[in-house]
Design a protein around this ligand. Structure first.
Ligand code: PLP
Length: 385
């Protein structure tokens, strides 16, 4: 059975071009970039190229790129590194809809005596910037707000938020793990101080990420040891991961516009057809200011997990929440923060597409999904028959 993969916000396929680039780095060009010999030195040049490729996608200087082990590490390093560099400030502002890589860190810091403000979102998943302004004060060390939400695809007005936060003397960090490679970014024109991204969300391998650190930003290193990454992240570099991420950034920069209009067309076709053919369903999140690849739909009276199992029988992969929280019976904290009723939150499904999806796959899913919903509703104790 063919796999139809609509779970690209969880992880993505490594691009063939990326694989080609990294293959020689395992058994032929395996030197340590820190070595003095020529064999190792050539690896250092490959890392330098990857840094340039990443900087070109983000619109920043190569020296502002720090390679890390994943998006979670970048988030942890940004938050903890900022607080360590500013021990006199004790407040962090974030949102209720962040990924656990940010939210869990903030809640842990609250247990250590920091003041944490979690901003609310409305029914459409939008923030109220007046609420942010109310909370910004001299004690605010850091504002950390995601660029785009992994569950709904909602995009926050990050440039405006960065301007407000840095205008009040706070450091501004954004978790852009879901945004990079899906929408254009230009950090040279923004007040963002710190930005996290993750390789495996944009067709690079797992186990590599980036923390962008704007020149002049005060940040204590989070991993101590060797002098790698200019002393900002110790540890022998994941060379294949870094080189692969560089290539993936180059591909994203070259193809962003064309690919995303194709992805958006497919996402809209899927979403419109399901909304039309499946009664009692609702879209979660505003349809404007949204990633082009993400669609989150709630089907009333049935469990998201049951829908996933039925889709799985046809080889269709989707998700009922973020990959990290699926497996839990609690409904998504993002949908609950948006005020989505408990029953609808339980019946939510996320489809997240990529450039590798085809119209045939979308058509096949449109054909299979309505009978699945009808069948599950027949069995549902919540539907009056
Ligand atoms: N932040 C967001 C918004 C994510 O969606 C994810 C992964 O799903 C992460 C952070 C964590 O990234 P990684 O899996 O590279 O640690």
């Amino acid at each position: 059975m063919k796999t139809i993969y609509f779970d690209n916000n969880a992880t993505t396929k490594v691009a063939e071009e990326v694989l080609e680039e990294i293959r020689p780095l395992f058994c032929e060009l395996y030197g340590n970039p820190s070595s003095m010999h020529t064999f190792g030195g050539q690896i250092g040049r490959k890392i330098a190229k990857a840094r340039e490729q990443a900087a070109a996608l983000l619109g920043c200087e190569p020296s502002e790129i720090v390679f890390t082990g994943c998006g979670t590490e970048s988030d942890n390093a940004a938050i903890k590194g900022t607080l360590a560099a500013m021990p006199h400030k004790r407040k962090i502002i974030t949102t209720r809809v962040e990924h656990p890589a940010v939210l869990t860190v903030c809640r842990d810091l609250e247990n250590q005596g920091y003041t944490i403000v979690e901003l609310n979102v409305n029914r459409q998943g939008r923030l109220d910037l007046a609420e942010l302004e109310e909370h910004l004060d001299d004690d605010t060390a850091l504002v950390t707000i995601m660029y785009a939400n992994n569950e709904t695809g909602m995009i926050f007005p990050i440039d405006k938020i960065a301007e407000l936060a840095t205008g009040k003397g706070a450091v501004f960090h954004t978790d852009a793990v879901q945004a990079v490679g899906k929408i254009p970014l230009n950090l040279s024109k923004s007040d963002i101080d710190l930005l996290s991204l993750s390789g495996h969300k944009l067709h690079a391998p797992k186990g590599v990420g980036i923390l962008y650190v704007r020149k002049g930003t005060r940040l204590s290193p989070y991993m101590l040891g060797g002098h790698q990454e200019a002393g900002r992240r110790a540890g022998t570099e994941n060379v294949p991961g870094i080189v692969g991420l560089g290539k993936a950034c180059e591909l994203a920069a070259e193809n962003l516009q064309a690919e995303n209009s194709k992805v958006k067309y497919l996402r809209d076709k899927l979403e419109n057809a399901l909304s039309e053919k499946c009664p009692d369903c609702r879209l979660n999140g505003d349809t404007e200011d949204r990633l082009p690849n993400t669609c989150n739909i709630s089907f009333e009276y049935i469990e998201g997990e049951a829908i996933l199992l039925m889709l799985d029988k046809y080889g269709i992969c989707a998700s009922s929440g973020s990959a990290c929280t699926s497996g839990s019976l609690e409904p998504s904290h993002v949908l609950r923060a948006m005020g989505v009723p408990f029953t609808a939150a339980h019946g939510s499904i996320r489809f997240s597409l990529s450039r590798y999806n085809t119209e045939e796959e979308v058509d096949y899913t449109i054909e299979k999904m309505p009978p699945i919903i009808n069948q599950l509703r027949e069995l549902s104790p919540f539907v009056t028959k």
